[in-house]
Write a protein that binds this ligand. Structure first.
Ligand code: ZN
Length: 468
């Protein structure tokens, strides 16, 4: 699940001790962008060094006249060498504006745009490496509610800012290094009418094109699996969307990636054709995950997640299959959290299918869902030997956007609760991870084992965990 971002405490302390440096002066420097030091009209040329530097050398000056500017790396461009570093971020909140200043090792092409429902500002940039020691917390009275940052796509990093109120966002300005600080990016936001905000919100056209191309690409391509059963493993979240943060600091996106890689290895060794929706710390939109499973004509898709609950005593593993939205309240709440992934990462859902819309299920898909449910039952029986199982109805169904492929049986396994101390601790243990991966792989074996011929049927035990 979910959006664990910076909460709104501790700001007062941070502001009291505000230093007096070029960034602090920028933050105090009032609202209007035209009062800033001269900003280059075009991206600043990259410094003539082999890799990114951690700030300019003392006394270094750069000629930033537009005449000698060369294009900086654009989002999506493949970077040469290690990515630039974001060294700090600060927020300045004023009555009539909010200013965010990022400090960078290298100049970049950035662009900002807005999205509605919920209202957000997205700052897109080429892939960068984030080294923010203690990211600043917004106060509760400014325009910024919370924010997050990370990899959106290969070669494309992103900052997503959740808003308390609609804003107009100015084009980001890049300032040259000064006084021991690196390149600074200034992003100004001014209060705006909701109607205006709604009018201008949405992904820029080229970005829309690129994303729909990526989804189509995920749909096409080779599918030969050499007669092997095909399993697609889908580690949830990733990149800018970290999922749940554990009580022990373990992040959902890291845990499920590690477990997914382990499961993939185990299944490959057992002779399956295995594909992963992601094998690194990168964000993948939910529809694209579905497209990947369909492209490979998967016989089974296993999505891996970790849960959280305000009641820290709740623990254990549970498995979800798809339904058409008629979930019980808890399952519906979980679907809402997991379906948020695209919102968290700044995907434009306007005009497209929103992942929380009711899912229409036809007869063909009913068969797929039945097969998903059978796998869920098998897996719960095996997994009960490897870990704690959620006490009340561990097999649930919900309207989960990642499970909607009509032709791919799919389950979403919530491996345990990162909000529970003992679950979170064991999810960090190698032995537990190995045991759970093995139990899932055993379930896959069992699922695809040849069915006994009619007449040979042994007594089939009643399922230990009733279907929802
Ligand atoms: Zn999740």
């Amino acid at each position: 699940m979910s959006l664990a971002v910076w909460t709104l405490s501790g700001l007062a302390d941070a502001q009291v001790a505000e230093p007096d440096d070029p960034i602090a002066r920028l933050l105090r420097g009032g609202a209007a962008a035209d009062k800033l030091p001269t900003a280059p009209a075009a991206p600043i040329p990259r410094p003539q060094t082999a890799g990114p530097s951690l700030g300019p050398t003392p006394g270094q000056t750069l000629n930033v006249s537009p005449g000698n500017a060369v294009p900086g790396a654009a989002p999506g461009a493949s970077p040469a060498g290690p990515p630039p570093v974001v060294m700090s971020a600060r927020i300045g909140e004023h009555e009539d504006s909010t200013r965010i200043v990022l400090e960078l090792s290298d100049p970049l092409n950035l662009r900002a745009f807005t999205l509605t429902n919920p209202d957000r500002v997205v700052v897109d940039m080429p892939e960068v490496s984030w080294r923010l020691g203690a990211p600043p917390l917004p106060s509760s009275h400014g325009s910024v509610k919370s924010y997050r940052y990370g990899l959106f796509r290969e070669g494309n990093s992103r900052m997503v800012i959740d808003l308390n109120r609609p804003v107009r966002v100015a084009d980001p300005l890049v300032l040259p290094p000064s006084a021991g600080f690196g390149y600074r990016v200034v992003i100004d936001m001014y209060p705006a009418e909701q109607e205006k905000f709604d009018t201008y919100a949405g992904w820029p056209a080229d970005l829309k094109q690129r994303e729909s191309a990526a989804e189509k690409l995920a749909m096409t391509g080779p599918t030969a699996s050499g007669g092997k059963k095909v399993v697609v493993i889908d580690p949830g979240h990733g990149g800018i969307d970290s999922g749940t943060n554990g009580v022990n600091g373990l992040m959902e996106k890291d845990m499920v990636l590690a477990e997914g890689l382990r499961l993939a290895q185990d299944l490959k060794a057992r002779g399956y054709a295995v594909h992963m929706t992601r094998d690194r710390d990168v964000f993948i939109p939910l529809p694209e995950r579905v497209a990947i499973a369909r492209k490979w004509k998967a016989d089974l898709m296993i999505s891996l997640h970790c849960d959280s609950n305000p009641d820290s005593s709740v623990n254990g593993l549970s498995i979800y299959t798809l339904n058409d939205g008629r979930s019980d309240r808890e399952a519906a709440a979980l679907a809402k959290r997991e379906n948020q992934s695209d919102v968290i990462a700044g995907v434009d859902l306007s005009g497209g299918n929103t992942p929380v819309a009711p899912i229409l299920i036809d007869l063909a898909q009913r068969d797929t869902i039945n097969r998903s449910s059978r796998f869920a039952q098998t897996a719960l029986t095996r997994l009960a030997d490897a870990t704690d199982i959620l006490q009340r109805s561990p097999h649930r169904s919900a309207s989960l956007a990642v499970l909607v492929a009509p032709d791919v049986p799919a389950v979403l396994i919530e491996l345990g609760y990162l909000s529970n101390e003992s679950d979170a601790a064991q999810m960090n243990r190698d032995q537990w991870r190995g045991g759970v991966a093995r139990a899932i792989a055993d379930s896959v074996d069992r699922n695809f084992a040849p069915q006994p011929a009619p007449g040979q049927t042994a007594a089939v035990p009643a399922p230990k965990f009733p279907s929802p």
